[in-house]
Write a protein that binds this ligand. Structure first.
Ligand code: 3PG
Length: 248
């Protein structure tokens, strides 16, 4: 049996301000740092060891991983940054307040933008300064790979190759891995691993900074999955994420 640990980054400045973030590279708040360190404590107390860690190229996930590994006294572990673990690109919504958008367009529309499987938010213009086409960290990508918006289906289409080419082979080779990523890149993985249908994935929300453990069989099929620590607190935190898109 294998174990896979997934962690959504701790609270970011734009989580706190309730703004659509996507590929915008925002910092953790003090609460986010504390959540990341608590995640490290939980993993340490439960005796987890890792051989390699994976994260995105966005600093809220990178810092989360660093704080978590620091708490475990494992800062020496190798870390692989893969852009395919980035948050879902939120297109023209990036920077806007989720509750304000619900007031303007209604809860239903915001739920579609946030959670529908195949309806993307409005796209950014290619030259929008909020876009990433001139961001050095993506310089080696084909411009067509740098999204102007994404629905979850688009995110699945880039996260799955990362799973198939990088994460799954590492697990199969016996490496114990931790992945620090984002609400929707983790939803993409969860959808695939748990074989969740396009309609049901709408109801799945990932809380910040709580390790999500998957126990996998020899074929990397889930045997069970659970949040480390207080399960009720994790459920409350997931419900709070769901509520972020409602009118204040
Ligand atoms: C964002 O990009 O705004 C968040 O990190 C995830 O947002 P969501 O829960 O609204 O999809």
């Amino acid at each position: 049996m294998y174990k896979l640990v997934l962690i959504r980054h701790g609270e970011s400045t734009w989580n706190l301000e309730n703004r659509f973030t996507g590929w915008t590279d925002v910092e953790l708040t003090a609460t986010g740092v504390a959540q990341a360190r608590t995640a490290g404590e939980l993993l340490k107390e439960a005796g987890y060891e890792f051989d390699v860690a994976y994260t995105s190229v966005l600093k809220r996930a990178i810092w989360t991983l660093w704080h978590c590994l620091d708490t475990m006294d494992r800062t020496w572990l190798p870390i692989v940054n893969d852009w395919r673990l980035n948050e879902r690109h939120y297109g023209g919504l990036q920077g806007l307040n989720k509750a304000d958008m619900a007031k303007e367009y209604g809860d239903e529309q915001v739920l579609i933008w946030r959670r529908s499987y195949d309806t993307p938010p409005p796209a950014l213009e290619a030259d929008d300064p909020r876009g990433q086409r001139h961001d050095l960290r993506y310089a080696r990508l084909d411009p067509a790979q740098i999204p102007l918006t994404e629905c979850l289906k688009d995110t699945v289409a880039r996260v799955l190759p990362c799973w198939n080419e990088v994460l799954a082979p590492a697990i199969r080779s016996g490496q114990r891995i931790v992945v620090a990523a984002h609400g929707n890149s983790i939803r993409a993985l969860v959808k695939y691993l748990d074989n969740i249908g396009d309609a049901d994935i709408v109801g799945v929300n990932i809380p910040n900074g709580i390790p999500l453990v998957y126990e996998l069989d020899a074929d990397l099929k889930p045997i069970k999955s659970y949040y480390l620590g207080d399960a009720e607190a994790a459920a409350r935190a997931a419900a709070a994420v769901a509520a972020q898109g409602k009118k204040a």
